[in-house]
Design a protein around this ligand. Structure first.
Ligand code: ASP
Ligand code: MG
Length: 656
C-alpha cells in the first residue's frame, strides 16, 4: 500500500487536481493507494471565518465557497456526471448551512475529496471514498491510536478489489461521537496514521514546494531542498515553525519505520526530501517565528563555535540578541520580532549559503599537471587545513573537459551549493564564457587559465561585474608568475591609489630559461621544449602571445583598461644577437601622450648589469613595480612555474 497526501494547493484548481491525479494514477500502477486530501487552499480559513458570521453575511460566505467548488466541478465534469456531483455538493453545502458553527471547519475536506473520488470513479478506476470520521477516533483531543488503526485496517480489508481509496484528511470523531479535527495542518497527520495502520510501503506528502528546505523559500530565496533527514530533525523543524509539515505526522511514521517523502505536486520529478531514521549529518534548516530563530542540526553539532558563529553574524548585521539558548539539536535565538526576517536571512546565509559545516565543494576542470597537483594537494592537506582555517575542502567533481562540456556546467549550475568553487585548470580559449553564469549562480571561480582573463576588456569587465553583483569571487593569482604574489601586490598598490609609474614583467619562463642558459638559442629552445617548459605550441612563447596575455592581466589589475591592440609586440625570431643581459620584457610605462596614459610593449631588451632582472636564473620570474609611493621599486622574484607552485597558488585563492 502507498499513502499519498495532497495539500490545499495541490487541489485548489481543476488544473492542480488534474496534476494530482496524474501522480496518483502513476503511483497506483505499482501498488494500491490511499489518497488523503486537504481542503482546497484557503477553504478551512474561509469556513472558520464564516462560522463567526451571522444571517446574510454567513449565507454569502457559504455561497462564495460553494461557487468556488462549483467552478472546479464545471471544469472537471460534463453532462450527467456533472449533474450527479452538483447534487452531492449541494447536499453537502446544505449540511454545512445547518451545521453548528464549531463544525464548520470540518467540511473543507469533505468537499475536496468528494470531487476527487468522483473524478476517479468517472475515469473507471476502482476507487472508494472512506469516511475518516469513522476511522480516526480521538479522546481528550488525542488520537486513540490502536482503535483507529484497527478501524482503518478493517475498512481497507473489506474492499480487497479497490485500487485507490480516497479519504479526507484533518477530520476525526471524538469519544462523544462528535466530529472533530486533528488540528490545523492536520491532514499530514491523517496520512501518517493511515500509513502506519496499513504498514504502507511508502508515505508521500505532496505539497507546493520541493520538499523541506533550509528555510521557508518565501522568506529566503536561496533556500535549498534538504535531500534527507532524520525523523527527529524533521520534527524539530516542524515544531519550530517550518510550515511544510505538521509536527505530529512524524510520530506514527517513525514508530512504524516508514520513510516520509515530501514532494512537489507541481514538479513531480524535481528535488524532494526523504525523512527516515538516518540523520543526514549536517545542519538541516533555520526557522523563524515572531523573532525566535531556530537553527536545527541533524548531527552532534559543535556547541561553542556554533554559538559564536550565530552571535557574530547577527552582530555584523547590527541585530541585537535578546537571548540565546542551546537545544538538544540546535540553537535558538530571540531577537526583536521586526528584526526576525533579517536575522533569519543572515543565519541562513552563514550556515547554508557559504558552507554548512565549513565544507567547500570544489569543481575542478582540467586534469593536466596543474589540475592533478591541486587535487593531490587538497587531499594531502585537508585535515591540516580544516584544523587551521575551519574550512573543509572537498573535491566534488573533477573533469578533464573544457568549455564544450555543457553537461558538466549544467550539473554545476544546478546542484552546486552556493559558494562552491569552480577551478579552471584548463587552457581552453572559450571556457571563460561560463564564468559569468557561474558567478551569477553564486559559485566562486578560481582560475589558472590566463586565456580566460586576457579576453577583450568588455568581457573581462562583465565577469568582474557578475562577481560583484552576486558577492562571489573571481581569483586568478596563478595566471601570472604561478605562486608569486604578483597580482595581489599590484592590486594593493592600485587599490590604495598608488599610481603605477611603470611595470616591468619578466614573466616568460621559457624565454627566461633560454636566455639565461649558456647554450646557443636553438639548442636551449630544444632543451626547454623537451623539459616541457614551453607552451604546447612554443611559438606562443616566442611570438610574445603568452607574455601579452600576462601583460593584459597585470595592467587590468592595476586598473588600466589595456587591450591587445594597445600593445606593441616584437616577437623573438631566434636570429637576434643575444647578450648576457638579453631579457624578454613586458613593460607598461606612464606616458601622457598615449590615450590610455601608458605605453605598453613586449620586446627583447638588453638590461644593464645593475638592473634587477640581470641576475635572473632559469625559469625564475620577476616583476618590478614603480609607483608614486614606491619610487624605489617593489620587486617580486621567484619560481615562475611548476605544477606544485601553481597548485599552491590556486589553494591560496581558494582559501583567501
Ligand atoms: N485543511 C486543514 C487546514 O487548513 C488541514 C490541512 O490542510 O492539513 O488546516
Ligand atoms: Mg500543510
Amino acid at each position: 500500500m502507498r499513502v499519498l497526501k495532497f495539500g490545499g494547493s495541490s487541489v485548489a484548481t481543476a488544473t492542480a487536481i488534474s496534476q494530482t491525479l496524474d501522480t496518483v494514477l502513476e503511483a497506483a500502477k505499482g501498488d494500491r493507494v490511499v489518497l488523503i486530501c486537504s481542503a482546497i487552499k484557503g477553504c478551512t480559513d474561509a469556513l472558520i471565518a464564516a462560522s463567526s458570521l451571522e444571517g446574510e453575511e454567513r449565507t454569502a460566505a457559504i455561497g462564495a465557497l460553494s461557487d468556488q467548488h462549483a467552478l472546479i466541478v464545471r471544469r472537471l465534469f460534463t453532462g450527467a456526471e456533472r449533474e450527479r456531483l452538483d447534487e452531492v455538493m449541494d447536499d453537502l453545502f446544505e449540511d454545512l448551512a445547518a451545521a453548528p458553527s464549531e463544525d464548520f471547519q470540518t467540511f473543507g475536506e469533505l468537499f475536496s475529496t468528494r470531487i476527487i473520488a468522483q473524478k476517479l470513479f468517472c475515469e473507471g478506476v476502482n476507487s472508494l471514498w472512506l469516511d475518516s470520521r469513522d476511522l480516526i477516533r480521538t479522546r481528550d483531543g488525542q488520537v486513540v491510536v490502536e482503535d483507529s488503526y484497527r478501524r482503518i485496517r478493517q475498512a481497507v480489508a473489506a474492499h480487497p478489489q479497490v485500487r485507490i481509496f480516497v479519504a479526507p484528511g484533518f477530520i476525526a470523531r471524538d469519544e462523544r461521537g462528535h466530529v472533530t479535527t486533528l488540528g490545523r495542518g492536520g491532514s499530514d497527520y491523517s496520512a501518517a496514521l493511515y500509513a502506519a495502520a496499513l504498514d504502507a510501503a511508502s508515505l508521500q506528502i505532496w505539497t507546493d514546494v520541493p520538499g523541506i528546505m533550509t528555510a521557508n523559500p518565501k522568506d529566503v530565496h536561496s533556500a535549498l531542498t534538504v535531500k534527507s533527514m532524520s525523523y527527529e530533525a524533521a520534527f524539530s523543524l516542524a515544531k519550530n515553525g517550518a510550515k511544510v509539515l505538521y509536527p505530529p505526522t512524524v510520530i506514527p511514521a517513525a514508530e512504524a519505520g516508514i520513510d516520509i517523502e515530501i514532494r512537489n505536486t507541481f514538479a513531480p520529478a524535481g528535488a524532494y526530501t526523504v525523512i527516515g531514521s538516518e540523520p543526514c549529518g549536517n545542519w538541516v534548516g533555520v526557522t523563524s517565528a515572531e523573532g525566535r530563530i531556530t537553527l536545527v542540526a541533524d548531527y552532534p553539532f559543535p556547541v561553542s563555535s556554533t554559538l559564536a558563529r550565530v552571535r557574530s553574524v547577527l552582530a555584523s548585521e547590527g541585530i541585537p540578541v535578546r537571548s540565546i539558548s542551546v537545544l538538544d539539536d540546535g540553537v535558538q535565538v530571540e531577537v526583536a520580532p521586526q528584526l526576525g526576517s533579517a536575522a533569519l536571512k543572515s543565519v541562513h546565509k552563514e550556515f547554508f549559503e557559504r558552507d554548512s559545516k565549513g565544507v567547500i565543494d570544489l569543481y575542478v576542470a582540467g586534469t593536466g599537471a596543474v589540475g592533478s597537483a591541486l587535487v593531490e594537494l587538497v587531499r594531502q592537506n585537508s585535515a591540516r587545513l580544516a584544523e587551521k582555517t575551519g574550512k573543509t575542502l572537498r573535491i566534488a567533481h573533477c573533469v578533464s573537459h573544457e568549455a564544450e562540456d555543457e553537461e558538466f556546467f549544467a550539473k554545476l549550475l544546478k546542484e552546486a551549493p552556493r559558494h562552491s568553487i569552480f577551478i579552471d585548470c584548463t587552457d581552453s580559449e572559450t571556457i571563460w564564457k561560463w564564468y559569468s553564469p557561474l558567478l551569477e549562480a553564486g559559485i566562486d571561480v578560481v582560475s589558472a587559465n590566463r586565456r580566460s582573463l586576457a579576453v577583450p576588456y568588455v568581457n573581462y569587465r562583465e565577469m568582474k561585474a557578475s562577481a560583484l553583483s552576486e558577492g562571489t569571487f573571481l581569483r586568478y593569482e596563478t595566471t601570472v608568475g604561478a605562486a608569486l604574489p604578483i597580482l595581489d601586490s599590484l592590486a594593493r598598490c592600485a587599490n590604495s591609489s598608488d599610481e603605477i609609474i611603470s611595470l616591468e614583467a619578466v614573466v616568460s619562463c621559457t624565454l627566461n630559461k633560454i636566455l639565461t642558459s649558456s647554450d646557443p638559442f636553438p639548442e636551449a629552445l630544444r632543451k626547454a621544449q623537451e623539459a616541457g617548459l614551453t607552451e604546447k605550441d612554443p611559438s606562443a612563447d616566442l611570438s610574445g602571445r603568452d607574455a601579452l596575455r600576462k601583460l593584459l592581466i597585470l595592467a587590468r589589475e592595476a586598473g588600466i583598461a589595456l587591450e591587445e591592440s594597445d600593445v606593441e609586440v616584437i616577437p623573438v625570431k631566434g636570429n637576434e644577437t643575444f647578450t648576457k643581459g638579453s631579457r624578454f620584457v613586458a613593460s607598461l610605462v606612464k606616458d601622457a601622450a598615449r590615450p590610455l596614459g601608458y605605453r605598453a610593449r613586449i620586446a627583447l631588451e638588453t638590461v644593464p648589469e645593475d638592473h634587477p632582472a640581470y641576475s635572473l636564473q632559469g625559469t625564475e620570474n620577476m616583476i618590478i613595480i614603480r609607483g608614486e609611493f614606491h619610487p624605489s621599486p617593489l620587486i617580486i622574484r621567484g619560481a615562475g612555474e611548476g605544477a606544485r607552485q601553481a597548485a599552491s597558488s590556486l589553494l591560496n585563492d581558494i582559501l583567501r
